[in-house]
Write a protein that binds this ligand. Structure first.
Ligand code: GUN
Length: 293
């Protein structure tokens, strides 16, 4: 079994990004700049955004954080998004999700300029992804594609089972794995909450990508010997053994599944760190104006 080491890989890729930033600056380019808009103060969102801001500093990017109370009106938030769209110094930005219920997420997503949408959530970027046109890939699927590529995992002709159909991970991941490229060329099955006989499907999988947010959902009975298992889960499960009072738990029962796998990603230390790398890579593309809209 080979561990898909997100810590090692993300450190390597961040060093590559940092070297590129140094080159850009030496050539007279401005410093790449990522902004984040954070509404409310949910513990998970706070910690994801803090991770993104810290990583910007590590690679030499400038970052900005704009905070709003939970009570912010939709108009005020949309006005801020429009202001950031028009701020020439900011290359790309994200609005951290989830948002309070009174705010329409679709309106928020569609107000972000596609050329600054480094989360890849705008329908223009999603449509481009489906048609294999240059676009910002959503950060988690982008990070997973990097992981597969850098570990040289074979994908052509393999059966890839994606668990979960979220707009952020499952749905785009299934499209990417089906594309006629590497990584890709898989026969993809997308499973969700209404799928019947899920174990019958997962036991035929060469690659399982678990993104349902149910701790330890994937058990050893569900995995074929030699499968590649990529765990996207990051649920906070209460624990009296940690200082924080919770333990970050993946969608895979790692302890019992790992010995059957050819490759497996751990939680923490796996896909979560690669998500940040995906976001940084998108921001670098935005700073270089690599994608034409
Ligand atoms: N919430 C959970 N994952 C993400 C992400 O990738 N981007 C944003 N903006 N919010 C999230």
């Amino acid at each position: 079994m080979i561990l898909l080491d997100g810590k090692k890989l993300s450190t390597e890729i961040k060093a590559e990004i940092a070297a590129e930033v140094t080159r850009l600056k030496a050539a007279g380019h401005k410093t790449p700049h990522l902004a984040a808009i954070l509404v409310g103060n949910s513990g998970a969102s706070e910690s994801y955004v803090a991770g993104k801001i810290k990583s910007c500093a590590e690679v030499g990017f400038k970052s900005s954080l704009f905070r709003f109370e939970d009570s912010v009106s939709e108009k005020e938030l949309l006005d801020k998004i429009k202001a950031v769209n028009n701020d020439a110094d900011i290359d790309g930005f994200i609005v951290q999700l989830p948002l309070p219920k009174h705010i329409n997420v679709q309106k928020v997503t569609e107000t972000i300029l596609p050329s600054k949408d480094v989360d890849g959530f705008h329908p223009i970027n999603v449509g481009r992804l489906m048609q294999n046109i240059p676009c910002y890939l959503p950060a988690t699927p982008f990070g997973i594609m990097q992981m597969i590529e850098r570990y040289k995992i074979e994908t052509a002709g393999k059966h890839c089972v994606v668990l979960g159909r979220s707009n952020i991970v499952g749905l785009p991941m299934s499209m990417l794995m089906a594309r006629n490229t590497y990584p890709g060329n898989c026969t993809v099955t997308l499973c969700h909450s209404k799928t019947k006989n899920i174990q019958e499907i997962t036991t035929t999988a060469d690659i399982i990508i678990a993104a349902i947010g149910q701790p330890k959902f994937v058990t050893k009975e569900m995995v074929k010997e030699g499968a590649v298992v990529i765990d996207v889960g990051i649920t906070r499960v209460p624990s009296d053994k940690t200082k924080s009072g919770y333990k970050i738990t993946g969608d895979v029962d790692f302890e019992n599944v790992s010995s059957k796998c050819s490759y497996i990603s751990p939680v923490p230390g796996g896909v979560g760190l690669m998500t940040i790398v995906g976001l940084l890579m998108n921001t670098l593309k935005a700073a270089r104006k690599e994608i034409q809209f």
